[in-house]
Design a protein around this ligand. Structure first.
Ligand SMILES: NC(=O)c1ccc[n+]([C@@H]2O[C@H](COP(=O)([O-])OP(=O)(O)OC[C@H]3O[C@@H](n4cnc5c(N)ncnc54)[C@H](OP(=O)(O)O)[C@@H]3O)[C@@H](O)[C@H]2O)c1
Length: 293
């Protein structure tokens, strides 16, 4: 495909990865537009010939201008998890702006089973998916499961006390390397399928937190005990630990979702789109044992 591809959130970790993989697949830098709120951060990409434009989902008029001339627009979901509807508004603005600017194809990063997921912000994703479909444009939706990198948030803290507090119970999570997701998204964009498609991008195995703890413990060389709590107990512990109160329901919902099986789906989409073997969780844990433990 020789069309022009716009990547939003291009200074974010996933956006950087997608652009890296597009370039690696031979997409000319002149066919890539990197959109970000902070163009200064992308001087290295600009030096390589990638067009860098300011693009902020809070500025619709600016977005319409930024998207001008882009054939494909990949909308990467934002990190605005304020629980006040900001993120959904941002995403809907981006979809509208891309359509108004004359995009020919839309792609969006969502999460698994947004129709029923217990993750607190799943409705943002579901409603954005609906908006993407309502444009009538050909689309690709990438329902991304939890990154392996999310374990950087949980495990260092858990190893510090030797205890991992969780309400996920026996729920399983098919963690996937963020770079494997980026490679899969780049592959799908370059080989855009004839039919609009919704992919679920997951790891190749779904593990309970007990199983993850055993593997992490072996990699790090320190003991780690999983302590099973109810959602209410977990929320209480987070509050006592001083986590921002407004964010606690979101954090707890991750464990609720795992317990409900929302994060356990396994598909072969990552490997088929990326054309390479996915990184197993054991490899991630081994590579990052110093930072995790
Ligand atoms: N599946 C998972 O496990 C998981 C984990 C974490 C996050 N996520 C989601 O996946 C997205 C990408 O992940 P990541 O690792 O790349 O996160 P990240 O490095 O934290 O990047 C956050 C992204 O949000 C964009 N953003 C924030 N506010 C924006 C706005 N007003 N307008 C346009 N873009 C805005 C940023 O773009 P610029 O700074 O370049 O403007 C950046 O790309 C996240 O934003 C989040 O929605 C998924």
């Amino acid at each position: 495909m020789t069309d022009t591809i716009f990547i939003t959130g291009a200074s974010g970790k996933l956006g950087q990865g997608v652009i890296h993989h597009l370039l690696e697949r031979g997409v000319a830098p002149s066919k890539i537009i990197a959109g970000t709120r902070n163009p200064d951060k992308l001087a290295d990409l600009a030096a390589r010939g990638v067009t860098v434009r300011a693009a902020d989902f809070d500025d619709k008029a600016g977005l319409v201008k930024a998207f001008a001339g882009a054939d494909t627009v990949l909308i990467i979901s934002t990190d605005a998890l304020d629980g006040a509807g900001t993120r959904q508004r941002q995403h809907l603005t981006a979809v509208e702006a891309a359509a108004e600017a004359g995009a020919k194809r839309l792609a969006y990063t969502s999460l698994p089973v947004p129709e029923t997921s217990k993750v607190s912000f799943a409705p943002d994703h579901l409603n954005t998916e609906k908006a993407v479909k309502a444009t009538g444009l050909p689309y690709l939706i990438f329902r991304n499961n939890w990154y392996q990198e999310n374990l950087f948030l949980a495990l260092p803290h858990a190893f510090a006390s030797g205890q991992w507090f969780t309400s996920a119970g026996d729920g399983r999570t098919a963690f996937v390397a963020r770079d494997d997701i980026a490679a899969a998204i780049a592959g799908a964009i370059v080989n855009w399928p004839a039919q609009s498609t919704t992919y679920t991008l997951t790891g190749t195995e779904a593990l309970t937190n007990e199983e993850v703890a055993k593997l992490a413990s072996a990699a790090v060389g320190k003991p780690l005990q999983v302590v099973s709590l109810t959602d209410e107990q977990l929320a209480g512990g987070m509050k006592a630990a001083g986590l921002p109160e407004g964010f606690i329901p979101t954090l707890v919902s991750f464990d609720t979702a795992a317990r409900a099986g929302d994060l356990a789906v396994i598909t072969g989409d990552v490997e088929s789109l990326s054309g390479r073997k996915s990184k197993p969780l054991t490899a991630f844990l081994e590579e990052n044992k110093a930072a995790l433990g």
